[in-house]
Ligand binder design. Structure first.
Ligand SMILES: Cc1cc2nc3c(=O)[nH]c(=O)nc-3n(C[C@H](O)[C@H](O)[C@H](O)COP(=O)(O)O)c2cc1C
Length: 192
């Protein structure tokens, strides 16, 4: 018989993100963040490649990134709303962990599997932050896809890209429940 962990299952069945806009300071300090990062790094990773790393963004770094988002948005000719979204993501964040996908040269492990692993790290980080009692939200936005922003703001190498920005802070309001998938519609049972 399996050995259940009802608390863990209850967490997974009820977990939900807290919109970044509703998060305020404080976020976790280094001591509080370390177990969250440790849990995130305990993620399935075919071939033990560690095709990811973390950049912890706090304080003046967030102000700097907000500024770079403004500059890049203007250079790209984006409209005001889009520029503001890129800027505000960092300007209003209590703290943020950028999960960076690092593509490794590995003949036996397809690049897509490294991408999946980086996405799994994002969810593990989000869930660990929520389980630790923080509000947290996984955001992307144009900043996470713009090579110029990745270079100017984060100093990423050519084999690196942003898998996700995980914003972590103190929640100010409980979000309404989000409709969840209809399991019958997305599940096929195959017995033969
Ligand atoms: C790769 C990825 C990028 C996302 N980027 C954004 C974003 O930029 N803005 C946004 O409002 N939600 C974004 N989301 C959605 C939220 O992170 C999240 O799915 C939503 O708030 C509900 O989360 P929950 O199922 O944990 O409650 C993104 C989700 C994923 C998986």
């Amino acid at each position: 018989m399996p050995t259940p962990n009802p608390q863990a299952l209850e967490f997974l069945l009820s977990r939900r993100s807290r919109p970044a806009k509703t998060l305020k300071a404080p976020g976790p300090d280094a001591d509080a963040l370390m177990p969250i990062l440790t849990a995130a790094a305990r993620t399935p990773d075919h071939g033990k490649l560690e095709p990811w790393r973390f950049i912890v963004l706090q304080g003046d770094a967030l102000t700097r990134l907000a500024g770079v988002a403004k500059e890049r948005g203007a250079a790209l000719g984006l409209d005001e709303d889009k520029i503001a979204k890129g800027h505000d993501q960092f300007a209003n964040s209590p703290m943020c962990v950028a999960v960076i996908e690092v593509q490794k040269d590995a003949p036996k492990i397809p690049p897509l599997e490294q991408t999946y692993s980086a996405g799994a790290v994002c969810l593990a980080l989000l869930n660990a932050a929520l389980a630790a009692g923080w509000g947290a939200n996984w955001l992307s936005g144009w900043v996470s896809h713009d090579r110029g922003f990745m270079t100017d703001a984060l100093g990423l190498a050519d084999n690196e890209r942003v898998a996700g920005f995980i914003h972590i802070g103190t929640e100010t309001s409980t979000p309404p429940e989000r409709p969840r998938p209809d399991l019958d519609a997305i599940t096929t049972w195959v017995d033969a």
